[in-house]
Write a protein that binds this ligand. Structure first.
Ligand code: PAF
Length: 282
């Protein structure tokens, strides 16, 4: 397995693979790899001839009061995991390699980024779409893998790929959960023992909302049921819970399924997000 720090190195590696007729798969990450990332990486390795993983904590997607500086960076461990999974190339650029001091171009998907997490993290999705565009232009993958845990990010990336004609197929991978239902996330590392015990309440609340949706409840009702379920765990401070259409991300309000119920909530200073999709009535 190669570890490349420079864009040119990635370009020549991928070009050589293409000359051999290889299909190139790509998993963009910010490192601190966990089971959720490993599910993306395993799908990528299984479905492609050559697999590239990027590890880059992207400064442009963090707000001024967010955790960019404290974000976990266990680089050696991440590289060892990639090697074990059969990844061919890890791209781990510096911030300077990705963004020149005079960088002035950003990619922004309108509309889809306005609600849900976008309301509370101004500029976040602009940072994500900008860095993912740059990574797609550097790696030029045939296929790229994104987790459904970051549901809004997945939909925004799909829109960007369609709108900007990136020749990349986006493959969504289901959320990986701990045995108690908590969605795996790099930020779970921040939780104290008490917070960790409280954390599965977020998914439990979403499941209660999903049950009501499947029985015919409207978006408004589903949001209320989910909110009330989460209030049973006093450690949680809810930021939002919203029932939206799975593709347009428009609020479902007085409409029913299909819907994605998405929520963000704080446990202490740790912000957790999760979602559940309800396709139809049961
Ligand atoms: O989901 C993430 O880890 C990041 O948002 C991504 C897609 C790697 C872009 O920095």
């Amino acid at each position: 397995m190669r570890v490349a720090k420079k864009i040119d190195e990635v370009r020549s590696f991928v070009r050589a693979a293409r000359m051999r007729g290889a299909q190139v798969g790509f998993v963009p990450t910010m490192g601190a790899l966990h089971q959720g990332h490993l599910a993306l990486i395993r799908a990528c390795v299984a479905q492609n001839d050559v697999s590239v993983v990027s590890i880059f904590v992207n400064p442009t997607q963090f707000g001024p009061r967010e955790d960019f500086n404290s974000y976990p960076r266990p680089f050696e461990q991440d590289v060892a995991l990639c090697e074990k999974e059969g990844v061919d190339l890890v791209f781990a650029p510096s911030a300077g390699e990705m963004y020149s001091p005079d960088h002035a171009t950003y990619v922004e998907v309108e509309g889809l980024t306005a609600g849900l997490c976008g309301q509370f993290r101004p500029g976040h999705f602009r940072g994500v779409t900008t860095v993912v565009s740059k990574l797609f232009n550097i790696v030029e993958p045939d296929t790229a893998y994104f987790g459904e845990k970051d549901y809004q990010q997945l939909i925004v990336i799909k829109r960007m790929v369609a709108d900007l004609n990136f020749p990349v197929r986006i493959v969504p991978i289901p959320t990986v959960r701990e045995a108690d239902g908590l969605a795996v996330s790099s930020r779970n590392l921040y939780l104290s023992a008490r917070e960790r015990r409280a954390a599965p309440a977020l998914y439990r609340a979403l499941c209660e909302g999903a049950k009501a949706a499947a029985q015919g409840a409207s978006g408004f009702e589903v949001e209320k049921i989910t909110r009330q379920a989460l209030e049973k765990e006093p450690l949680f401070k809810l930021q939002y819970v919203q029932a939206v259409h799975p593709e347009t991300l428009q609020p479902r309000e007085d409409q029913g399924v299909p819907m994605v119920i998405a929520a963000a909530a704080y446990l202490g200073s740790t912000r957790l997000i999760d979602n559940i999709k309800v396709e139809g009535r049961s």
